[in-house]
Design a protein around this ligand. Structure first.
Ligand SMILES: *Cc1c(COP(=O)(O)O)cnc(C)c1O
Length: 219
């Protein structure tokens, strides 16, 4: 199947309120352009350097999302252009984004990553850490970041009930916090293997790679 066909099939199955992030990590510019010409404008990458290289050479109306774990010392390489950072998991990182975005007089939109999986390998905060960050005086004084939602990744498992339980849990945290912090609008959860479960659980942003571009080859 061609990339544009995959893309159109997925898009036709997404509810209208769900935003599609096409995850193009490891894929060449030619693949991204095929999706671009089929109308896709939001692309997700998990390596800052790779994203910056692609940003330089591809059309400037692409919105680049950083979906991977962010090292503080690399924020400066994306501060000029990144449109949404999904994986913010500490106040320290948020402060660095604030600082680097300030250099470009930008406000960078950020999602706070919540740990919902059973594996300890996945990054993210727990509910207590989330509350502490949202209530912190420091974040109230920030002028160059907007916290616009939450993000989470389910356990990598074939057990759909487990995945559903984890997404339900994140949706509950999202709803609870949205009452006090109405600026939380985006709930980023769901990838190729589990996005249907995620949407049923209330996701409004899905990050889909291999179902659009095919399997990744890391060699
Ligand atoms: C790679 C990646 C995805 C996309 O994964 P697919 O299974 O290829 O859809 C989504 N989210 C994150 C954080 C990723 O790193």
């Amino acid at each position: 199947m061609r990339i544009s066909d995959n893309l159109n099939t997925i898009k036709s199955n997404l509810p209208e309120n769900v935003t599609l992030v096409a995850v193009s990590k490891t894929k060449p510019n030619s693949d991204i352009l095929e999706a671009y010409h089929a109308g896709q404008r939001i692309f997700g990458e998990n390596k800052i350097q790779e994203m910056a290289t692609k940003w330089e050479s591809l059309p400037k109306d692409i919105e680049w999302h950083m979906i991977g774990h962010v090292q503080r010392n690399k924020v400066k390489y994306m501060a000029e252009f990144v449109s949404l950072i999904h994986g913010v998991d500490s106040l320290k990182l948020l402060k660095e984004i604030e600082k680097q975005a300030g250099k470009y007089k930008r406000r960078i939109n950020c999602l706070l990553q919540i740990h919902i999986a059973e594996e300890d390998t996945k990054f993210g905060m727990n509910e207590e850490e989330l509350n502490a960050l949202l209530l912190s005086e420091e974040r109230k004084s920030m002028n160059h970041v907007n916290i616009v939602g939450l993000m989470g990744m389910a356990t990598f498992t074939g057990d759909e009930q487990q995945i559903q339980k984890e997404f339900d849990y994140l949706k509950k945290i999202f709803d609870n916090n949205k009452l006090r912090f109405p600026e939380l609008e985006i709930l980023s959860m769901g990838m190729s293997g589990d996005y249907k479960i995620a949407i049923d659980a209330g996701s409004n942003m899905v990050r889909i790679g291999s179902s659009i571009f095919g399997e990744r080859n890391y060699n």
